[in-house]
Design a protein around this ligand. Structure first.
Ligand SMILES: Nc1ncnc2c1ncn2[C@@H]1O[C@H](COP(=O)(O)OP(=O)(O)OP(=O)(O)O)[C@@H](O)[C@H]1O
Ligand SMILES: [Mg+2]
Length: 221
């Protein structure tokens, strides 16, 4: 389902060039999941952004469901990303001027899907324990609550590929467990491929496969 072949990523040019990814390869079958761990600055967010088609590799290939998304035109790529990928960012990226429930519904606005979207948004917010915060603005939430709202938002379109950058990074043990439960529930119910970057050994330990990213290369931990 997800295949990464010899992905390299370089920032900057010439003497300033920084090669963050030096040929990363791995694959995850349909319905699979993996955790990515590694030291700060090792390129975990960089790799996750490339998997989510938010950034392009300098060289190498990414294949999602047998297709290379980077071959698509920009509008098609945007549509592909919106339909196929759910992303939980390291720093939530909620829109401050909208309420929690509006933020959760935001990725679904591109589709004219009828009926139960609002109900799904409610269910997701309940699952992450925010049923009493739906009308709040992000600024009125705690850091952990914002992260949970971002998880609900990533799930609204039932993505086939769910990418999470430190999804439980700012949460206490109980809430981290609840968010992880919600992620795995969706992963199992909908056969979503789940990839999470994490510094938490507890979260990483829940995944059947763990990769360690170090000095630009990825290996089975
Ligand atoms: N847009 C950019 N331009 C230049 N360098 C960048 C850019 N984005 C990231 N980097 C550099 O690439 C390296 C990897 O960054 P990245 O954010 O992927 O690390 P990370 O493994 O996610 O770290 P953390 O665990 O702290 O979140 C860092 O040295 C960072 O400074
Ligand atoms: Mg990061």
């Amino acid at each position: 389902m997800l295949k990464v072949s010899e992905v390299r990523k370089c920032y900057g040019e010439n003497e300033q060039a920084l090669e963050v990814l030096k040929g990363v390869s791995f694959q995850i079958d349909a319905g699979g999941s993996a955790a990515i761990t590694g030291p700060s600055g090792s390129g975990k967010s960089t790799l996750l952004h490339i998997l989510g088609t938010l950034d392009r590799p300098t060289s190498g290939e990414v294949s999602i469901d047998g297709k290379d998304p980077f071959q698509l035109s920009d509008p098609d790529l945007a549509r592909f990303r919106n339909e196929v990928v759910g992303f939980v960012f390291q720093d939530h990226h909620l829109l401050p001027q909208f309420s929690v429930i509006e933020n959760v519904l935001m990725p679904s606005l591109a589709f004219k899907r009828s009926g139960s979207l609002l109900q799904r948004a409610h269910e997701l917010l309940k699952k992450v324990g925010l049923e009493r915060r739906m009308e709040h603005r992000p600024a009125q939430l705690s850091g952990g609550e914002r992260q949970r709202a971002a998880v609900a938002r990533a799930l609204i379109n039932r993505p086939r590929l769910l990418l999470c950058d430190e999804p439980t990074g700012s949460l206490d043990a109980d809430n981290a467990g609840a968010v992880a439960d919600a992620l795995f529930e969706l992963h199992q119910d909908q056969k979503t491929v789940l990839v999470a970057v994490t510094h938490s050994q507890e979260l990483a330990g829940r995944f059947p496969v763990q990769y360690d990213l170090r000095e630009g290369l990825c290996s089975r931990a």
